[in-house]
Ligand binder design. Structure first.
Ligand SMILES: Nc1nc2c(c(=O)[nH]1)N[C@H]1C(S)=C(S)[C@@H](COP(=O)(O)O)O[C@H]1N2
Ligand SMILES: [Mo]
Length: 358
């Protein structure tokens, strides 16, 4: 099922996927709220063209009341605005060896937008779930073929997850209408979970009386060690810290160059398993670690800033690393072996940034 690749060279397919699905330039970590256009994108099929004026969302399946809602109906309901860090489950995949041929993310499949929308739970309460409801299925307007199966992009959530207060349907991003590439006119936002769950271009919400077995649920987005391994579902985001690469880059290689002296190294960290409690910095490839200073927490589901004043006294070659620990005690792994899985999901190896100091 999974096509694998090895080495530093990327295939035409991987380059094609990377061009369609840009990441956030890591200097974008300087903004607490990622500007639209700097936020990463992941689009499996095509961006559908949807007329917001005639758009309707239906809530159907195991419900007492079928609902059909226009965008105006949804905007007339109670509104929430909150920053939510979104990260693709495939972020870090390109560091694996062998790696699955898919979007070849290194570290940049992340962003934190301020989303505006209406909570899902009251809508489901209005639809009145029947007693046999077990999962909620979210179906997008986009359609394509993956794993040889023609499908709508759709994913489900167990009932208890879908009914969390902080799950909402978003029609706004950074104070503007949702742009086409991020799911216009309406998308799901599931804080704490990896991005695949936050279905864009939402067409239908279906209440199911048995677990959804579609491709994006049962075949993909599972932590598997081999083809025959049924694996476990990919859900919440693993803890992850990233730094703004310090100094200046060489154009082609992106290698970093820095003058000796004090440098403020900064970045952001997040986890779907609880608040970030600790971010550590290493100037020597992970041999020694120092605690960094944690910054403001702009929202419960938003990344947290951190900074460290690094004194690069001696000219030479350095490998800077950063790693986060969350409130549940999860810490980023040190080795590729720990992180490896067939789909290249949830890879949160400590970031490594080689720097030449002169
Ligand atoms: N309908 C639909 N929803 C989707 C996707 C998609 O391809 N189609 N991609 C998912 C994945 S894998 C991710 S990581 C996020 C990316 O959201 P963004 O492009 O707004 O950053 O959207 C998710 N929702
Ligand atoms: Mo993703």
């Amino acid at each position: 099922m999974a096509k694998m690749a090895e080495g530093q060279e990327f295939s035409r397919e991987e380059v094609g996927l990377a061009l369609r699905n840009p990441g956030m330039p890591l200097e974008g970590l300087r903004y607490p709220i990622t500007p639209i256009g700097m936020h990463y994108l992941l689009i499996h099929f095509d961006i559908p063209l949807i007329d917001a004026a005639t758009y309707e969302l239906s809530i159907t399946g195991r419900v007492r009341n079928l609902l059909k809602l226009t965008l105006d109906d949804l905007k007339a309901r109670p509104a929430v605005t909150m920053p939510v860090t979104m990260e693709c489950a495939g972020n870090g995949r390109a560091h694996l060896s062998p790696r699955p041929v898919s979007a070849p993310w290194h570290n940049e499949a992340v962003g934190c937008a301020e989303w505006t929308g209406t909570p899902l739970k009251p809508l489901l309460e209005e639809a009145a779930l029947l007693d046999d409801a077990v999962e909620i299925l979210f179906t997008g307007h986009d359609r394509g073929i993956d794993q040889d199966v023609e499908q709508d992009y759709e994913r489900s959530l167990p009932l208890d997850e879908a009914l969390r207060d902080e799950v909402f349907l978003a029609y706004g991003m950074n104070g503007r209408p949702l742009p086409p590439q991020h799911g216009s006119p309406l998308r799901l936002v599931v804080p704490d979970w990896y991005g695949m769950t936050s279905v864009k271009w939402l067409r239908e919400i279906t209440v199911l009386d048995k677990p959804f077995e579609g491709v994006q649920q049962a075949l993909l987005y599972r932590y598997k060690r081999s083809e025959n391994d049924p694996g476990t579902p990919v859900t919440r985001k693993n803890p992850h810290a990233l730094m703004v690469p310090p100094g200046i880059p060489e154009y082609l290689s992106r290698a970093r160059h820095l003058r000796a002296g004090r440098t403020l190294v900064e970045g952001r960290a997040w986890s779907g398993f609880g608040p970030i409690e600790r971010v550590e910095f290493s100037p020597d490839g992970g041999r020694t670690w120092e605690d960094t200073e944690l910054g403001e927490q702009i929202g419960h589901y938003a990344w947290r800033g951190w900074s460290y004043e690094w004194d690069a006294r001696e000219p030479g070659e350095y490998e800077l690393c950063v790693r986060a620990t969350d409130a549940a005690g999860n810490r980023q792994p040190a080795s590729n072996d720990e992180a490896w899985n067939l789909g290249g999901y949830g890879v949160n190896l400590a970031q490594r940034v080689p720097v030449s100091v002169s």
